[in-house]
Design a protein around this ligand. Sequence first.
Ligand code: FAD
Length: 377
Amino acid sequence: MLSTKVLCNLVNRTCVVVKKVAVIGSGPAGLAAAAQLNYAGHTVTVFERDEKPGGLLRYGIPDFKLEKWVIDRRVQLMEEEGVQFVCHANVGVNVNVNDLLREYNAIVIATGSTVPRNLEVTGRDADGVHFAMSFLKQQNKRVDGSDPLANAAIESNILPDQLLATGKHVVVIGGGDTGSDCVGTSNRQGARSVTQFELLPQPPASRSEAMPWPTYPMLLKTTTSHEEGCTRQWAVNTKEFIKDENGKLKAIRLVDLEWKASADGRPASFTEVAGSEREIPCDLALLAMGFLHPQFEGLLEQLEIERDERGNVKASEKQYQTSLPKIFAAGDARRGQSLVVWAISEGRECARRVDEFLNNGSSILETKDATILQAFA
Ligand SMILES: Cc1cc2nc3c(=O)[nH]c(=O)nc-3n(C[C@H](O)[C@H](O)[C@H](O)COP(=O)(O)OP(=O)(O)OC[C@H]3O[C@@H](n4cnc5c(N)ncnc54)[C@H](O)[C@@H]3O)c2cc1C
């Protein structure tokens, strides 16, 4: 049974003037924010620079981990509920950000953390060294039946080049989720060999004394992609990409590392093991060492929005409001490279703050702090 107060609030809510909200970016943070703001009664338009909505759910995570019909179904439901999606809309490039500021009552920046960490060693310019996302995005487009090179030019980290692992010795540099997705994709494309480098030593399979409950445990993660076939090299550093006479990558020089632990038992510093330098054959190297921050050029620079010390859009985790009053930020663009669950959570929480901003501090949207009924209690 709804209390009288809840009913009054809901009735009052129907008198609220509908506001227009622009969500920039259609990854999990943008989708979650858009769905909630639409649910709150606002007119929501999602601007996405790529061909289709979904962000890294569609173009980063491979189909063997997340089939894309799941995103299509969700987007279709949102469209039927009234959310408008505008694709090929690169805000700050072919969509003028000042037009959005004029036309919308609030804006949510959910543009992700897209600038990849580079590896500046000798031979980095070899033909055959690429960022992981260039490789993964192309494959996701191929599987989708679209042109793997479409839209490549507008993204600084995507090269207009067909990247395939077929018949190649592939080395994936970086041991996280992105690296693991490169391993699975390389195997599916028929790589000759797949090796994955990790700077850190191999973690234990279960909690050690250095990581007692409830601290976050650094445990060995073996994904289905690893199980499908891959040589994992732990505590190694890349010294050089070795080219042939035509500038093509032919090998990688690596070295073993000896790690010293800090007082709490976690790996803290390393030295190279003398005499351990060696070469392994490689004609495709994929850099999967994480992402630094959102792209500055275009949207963020034009807005002159404040950024935090890591380069992410500055906005508090409680308020999600940026240095510009009607602009909010959520997901990887705000918190840095993270996880899908965090992006969804941030999108929902941010929507609540946007709704409050548009409705003089009141909102019918749930937050982590209050369910819909508590919000009106
Ligand atoms: C390869 C890979 C595998 C991953 N695997 C996992 C996993 O298994 N589990 C997990 O939890 N997390 C995983 N992650 C992390 C997860 O995908 C991200 O944390 C999450 O997608 C972030 O969501 P987001 O909405 O903030 O940003 P994104 O998903 O990055 O979406 C941002 C969107 O904004 C768009 N955009 C950017 N700039 C503009 C602009 N100016 N105008 C219009 N649109 C713009 C982009 O095109 C993109 O669609 C993985 C990440 C990668 C790269």
